[in-house]
Design a binder for this molecule. Structure first.
Ligand code: BGC
Length: 805
């Protein structure tokens, strides 16, 4: 290992512990010292470091839980069980792949297209639960990925009969029993709630096994808090559609996650914001004040237990119920202590601006703060708070006047019954409407055109608006060979116009680290990755001949010349990072990736991904942060700041927007009210844009109220650029314009319409995109001026990110 890899591994080991959420604790952990340990469960030896798809990082190694515990000095006494499980799992995997291929043949398609990201459900089996010692750990694991959604079925969202039986049995059999969840999303734990110790370890990247060993031995401590509600499957809202092929109606409106649980008065198994630690904390001496529209709450937090720990203070606001139906409470601010030794305390300050509490009134196309009492509640999670003050607003304020946009769904949002809550007896702070400004939006955007761009021919202009491609190869030129400069990168901007002064930008995936080929060779044509062109999970689904061809294409088989390496670090998945509730940690993760981008010559990282956890079944939730837009936006902004700390590195926030399912992801139409869009699905992006100025943004595959997001000019110009003040470049998601919409209600986006919408880059690019743009210029669906505007943005970004090279 190189020095930087060692340093990054150490950092991830430290960050990871802070992302783990202790859900139940009876005091048996941490253990005083290592000893005999009986280890069971699917994730013990097959530990999942992160999900599958473009977010899968090719790290040099990944420490499994079995390895981590052994390295820490434990003697694993259940090897027979682990070996038996391996055999069962291998056989189940072979059957699973076979059935996917059969299914694809029956549908006359390729398994890789039909079953990308499909997760093998946990098999049922019977293996004796033998293992010496008084301590047992069961590692429940799940995986999901790009291309498929999860299922509310045993072995996925639900536990299998084997898992339920084994977990409950071990809980009785061993003095110290810990259930570890090595998962990227929610699993219904209702059948095993009697277990005294449950740790949501998550998927923490290459060091996952070491991190668990540290936590079990008390070398580190868990201080994560849930960023998404964990409950029984039956408790989640069933108001809107999920997984609709053509149409997906978000009928629940703004009542997503805890907003829904609060609205219907349901108690979740583990509410939003929940988490324990090895110690306890007391909140005292809180004080609230309002200075103009800025509200600040300070609170003293003391470690009242016997171990070290960190606590998170969460501030929720219950707004007055006026003309606009509002959630009972929303998260308004949060802050986390540093490490507190027993007895030690720290004063935390949480603050927000009144305008951030505004609701979107569709009738007036405006953000509105209704007059009345806003109750501030402070506490440890969304269901464990105390009122600390009331903000009394004297009259209504329009905080921002907008223009309606984004189309309309064919339904009205669900509304819960209004509940009248008595006002608590706490201090009242008076806020006068005059102190809250009304922001005006300048929709009349001034677009610059660079003189260099003006001199380009029509064809050259189009090329700047398209990712670099090999003419003649079609979209296939992307597979594994998308960048000639950096092997395994996902794409490049135009690289044939360097002599005209337009530098090329290299882009590589994330978000759980930097996704490159680990090994590569270089010849006269450029860098070629060895193997790993596609994630392992996709390779399995390819027919033999396609695997062979791909291997040839990507220089596999017999590599010519020196084999070089570029080792990247797999960091915790997005959901885990959010669970830290610590933007400083998120920024450090971004900074770690930035270091590897610089080392390997990547300009744009295709991350962070910040779609909301609208439904626990979304197959890519592990890449995303939370069900709440505030924590989503804050974490994304922190990561972007970490990445962009160096002038030559930029982040790409994605997938903009309403990409909350994987089923028919290219052609599913997300129908959403403008209010839910603005208050939930766009909010995280808005925060990230305002607080971190990301270099790039990627539109999503899906349609939004009947139009592909990549082609929605109102979304990109009116909302993103005019209202949010976005200054970066916009690109499509990969192959948006090149897939076939056969059998779907909606068609594919087109490169000319994409460019006309102010979407600067069609990625990864192919000859058909060029043809579509040239045709658009002839037919009038696209103007040369728009191409010049887009090309200016690309050119200036490329110049800025490469000028130090
Ligand atoms: C994914 C993106 C990714 C891109 C490039 C797409 O399939 O949706 O998240 O950045 O591929 O690999």
């Amino acid at each position: 290992m190189n020095d930087y890899e060692r340093a990054h591994a150490m950092a991830v080991r430290q960050f990871g512990a802070e992302c783990a959420v202790l859900l139940r604790a009876d005091g048996s952990f941490p253990l005083k010292k290592p000893g005999e340990l009986a280890l069971f469960g699917g994730g013990a030896r097959r530990t999942v470091k992160g999900g599958t798809g473009s977010g899968e990082v090719n790290s040099r190694y990944s420490v499994t839980i079995e390895e981590g515990l052994e390295k820490a000095g434990f003697t694993i006494t259940s090897k027979t069980w682990l070996d038996g499980y391996d055999r069962i799992c291998d056989a189940a995997r072979r059957d699973f792949i076979r059935s996917l291929k059969q299914q694809a043949r029956a549908h006359h398609t390729l398994a890789i297209l039909e079953s990308m990201g499909a997760a093998m459900p946990e098999p049922e089996y019977h293996l004796p639960l033998n293992g010496k010692g008084d301590t047992a750990v069961y590692v429940l694991s799940r995986i999901s990925g790009e291309g498929s959604d999860r299922k509310a079925a045993p072995g996925d969202v639900l536990l299998t009969e084997t898992e339920k039986h084994d977990i409950l049995r071990l809980n009785e059999q061993y003095g110290n029993f810990l259930l570890v969840l090595n998962v990227g999303g929610v699993v219904d734990l209702s059948p095993v709630m009697e277990v005294g110790n449950i740790l949501l370890l998550s998927q923490l990247g290459a060091e996952t096994g070491n991190i668990l060993a540290d936590l079990i031995l008390g070398k580190s401590f868990p201080s994560g808090r849930l960023a998404t509600t964990w409950s029984a499957w039956a408790d989640y809202a069933d108001l809107g559609d999920f997984g609709g092929r053509d149409e997906t109606r978000y009928r629940e409106g703004v009542y997503v996650g805890y907003r829904y649980f609060d609205a219907v008065g349901k108690r979740a198994l583990f509410p939003f914001g929940y988490g324990l630690g090895y110690t306890s904390f007391a909140f005292s001496a809180h004080h609230a004040k309002a200075d103009g529209e800025t509200v600040t709450v300070s609170v003293n937090i003391q470690n009242t237990g016997a171990c070290r720990g960190k606590e998170t203070a969460q501030l929720y606001v219950s707004p007055p119920q006026g003309q606009i139906h509002k959630p009972l409470q929303t998260l308004a601010a949060f802050a986390k202590t540093g490490t507190l030794e027993p007895g030690e305390s720290e004063m935390l300050t949480l603050s927000f601006r009144m305008r951030e509490l505004a609701s979107y009134d569709e009738h007036r196309a405006a953000w509105v703060l209704e007059p009345g009492d806003y109750v501030l509640c402070l506490g440890k999670n969304s269901r464990d708070t105390e009122p600390v003050a009331i903000l009394r607003l004297d009259r209504e304020v329009i905080t921002r006047q907008c223009r309606n946009a984004l189309g309309k769904p064919d339904f009205s949002d669900w509304k819960p019954e209004q509940r009248a809550e008595a006002l608590p007896d706490v201090e009242i702070l008076h806020i006068t409407a005059d102190e809250i400004p009304t922001e005006s939006v300048n929709y009349d955007l001034h677009h610059e055109i660079d003189p260099l761009v003006r001199c380009l021919s029509d064809e050259e202009l189009c090329l700047v608006n398209i990712g670099a491609f090999t003419p003649g190869l079609g979209p296939l030129s992307v597979i594994g060979d998308a960048s000639k400069t950096v092997a395994g990168a996902a794409g490049e901007t135009v690289n044939r116009l360097k002599d005209k002064g337009i530098p090329a930008l290299v882009m590589a995936d994330g978000p759980a680290g930097l996704r490159l080929s680990r090994q590569y060779t270089v010849d006269e044509k450029g860098a070629h990755g060895l193997g790993q062109a596609l994630p392992e999970s996709m390779m399995e689904l390819l027919p033999g001949v396609a695997k062979w061809l791909l291997n040839r294409l990507t220089g596999g088989g017999k590599p010519k010349g020196e084999i070089r390496e570029q080792n990247c670090t797999a960091i915790p998945i997005g959901t885990a990072i959010a669970q830290s509730w610590n933007p400083t940690l998120a920024e450090a993760c971004g900074d770690l990736v930035r270091d590897e981008m610089e080392r390997f010559g990547v300009h744009l990282w295709l991350a962070p991904a910040l779609n909301l956890h609208r439904d626990i079944r979304c197959g890519r939730n592990f890449e995303y942060f939370s069900e709440d837009p505030l924590i989503t936006g804050k974490m994304a902004a922190a990561i972007v700041r970490g990445v962009q700390r160096h002038k030559g590195c930029g982040a790409t926030v994605k997938h903009f927007c309403a990409n909350n399912q994987e089923t028919n992801r290219y052609y599913s139409n997300s129908q959403i009210s403008e209010r839910a869009l603005r208050e939930l699905y766009l909010k995280g992006f808005e925060i990230a844009v305002r607080e971190s100025d990301p270099c790039a943004l990627m539109t999503s595959y899906n349609l939004l109220n009947g139009v592909h997001t990549s082609e929605r000019r109102d979304l990109l110009e009116q909302v993103l650029r005019a209202e949010f003040g976005y200054n970066g470049i916009v690109m499509t998601d990969w192959l948006s314009a090149s897939t076939s919409a056969r059998g779907c209600k909606y068609g594919s986006p087109r490169a000319d319409r994409i460019a006309a919408a102010g979407n600067d880059l069609t990625m990864p690019g192919c000859s058909a995109d060029l043809k579509a743009m040239l045709r658009g210029l002839r037919d009038g669906t696209l103007t040369r001026t728009q191409l010049e505007i887009n090309a200016t943005r690309i050119y200036r970004m490329a110049k800025g990110l490469t000028e130090h090279e």
